[in-house]
Design a binder for this molecule. Sequence first.
Ligand SMILES: Cc1ncc(COP(=O)(O)O)c(C=O)c1O
Length: 388
Amino acid sequence: MNTIEQFNKFVMHSYGRYDLVLESGEHEVSVDKNGKKYIDFGSGIGVNSLGYCNDEWVEAICSQAKKIQHTSNYYYTKIQADFAKKLCETTGYTDMFFGNSGAEANECAIKIARKYSFDKYGKGRHNIITLKNSFHGRTICTLSATGQDVFHNYFFPFVEGFINVEPNNIEDLREKLDNSVCAVMFEYVQGEGGVCALDQDFVDEIFKLCAENDVITIADEVQTGVGRTGKFLCGEYFGHKADLTTLAKGLAGGVPIGVCLSGDKCADVLTPGTHGSTFGGNPLACAGGIAVLNKVNSEGFMDEVRQKSEYIREKLNKCSEVQSVSGIGLMVGIELKTKKAADIAKAALEKGLLLLTAKTRVRLLPPLTISYEEIDEGLDILIGLLNS
Ligand SMILES: Cc1ncc(COP(=O)(O)O)c(C=O)c1O
């Protein structure tokens, strides 16, 4: 049995996969079992923020593995405290909860918002507004929060208490934000939904209405956070800081992590026994996270992310097959005029380029550390396919 046959025999078939077995990686290049190289414009869906096997990141993980790889959350570890301090200092939040994925980070935020409201107002004020076309995860609760009907099948009953509002429709938001609502949850740029940024006016209105009504704002920055858009938090572009922000994906550079950040308002909502996670705060993840934070906080790093973004967008906009380029920073959506995104992603594999898609768009989430040389190499392949 080869790898693919063995895999398919023993692993459930919940993903559509490409016929590709990756074996290793070097910086921004993935290598398959035959030694063929691929420029990676997907970084494992925005996870390998520093590319493959970044020296400082490898060193951090390896030296932590030799000290303590896990302990229960009944005890403290220095690495967790160090990571939490650094992340709070980076973001300006005061407190955080450790989980292992984006969905888990969002579950935590949902629980905090509901308990905040329950503690203050009692039962019945539990509804959470989420946006149509959003994506918040695959657990039964975060699927329920996700505002796309296509995900609301098979697994009935879904979790009650999510109301969907049309993105950028202020009237719809005003109408639905009544006194049954405890939170509004949103992505500044809907990633899985097609790399669609929210309008400034709409975001302003969310924050205004939530402040007036003591409703918790939850920014799902699982995909947009950790420098992906050229600011540590995408909310910085919009001039807002949500009561709760969730991060995951690129936060630990490839080790599972998910966190829910809170400001003062919700910092004391969770009390002993109300929430937990066996692996949450895993020391290896914290070590990887510190390496990522050191890198993205280093001088000029975010400027470079923004410059690379402009460079990529400028080149793409010159291509006649490109209808429009969406997203912010190194979160790039490409709407095509005549070709299908899925066909381009498939053809790119042959040529040695890994691409993502989101709805009808080709999606790029390259490592934040990608070099101009690799950007050029990847774009040459992509634009060549679009022009062919
Ligand atoms: C905005 C957003 N939230 C949540 C999730 C779920 O994250 P995870 O797959 O780590 O649970 C994703 C994953 O794509 C996401 O893009």
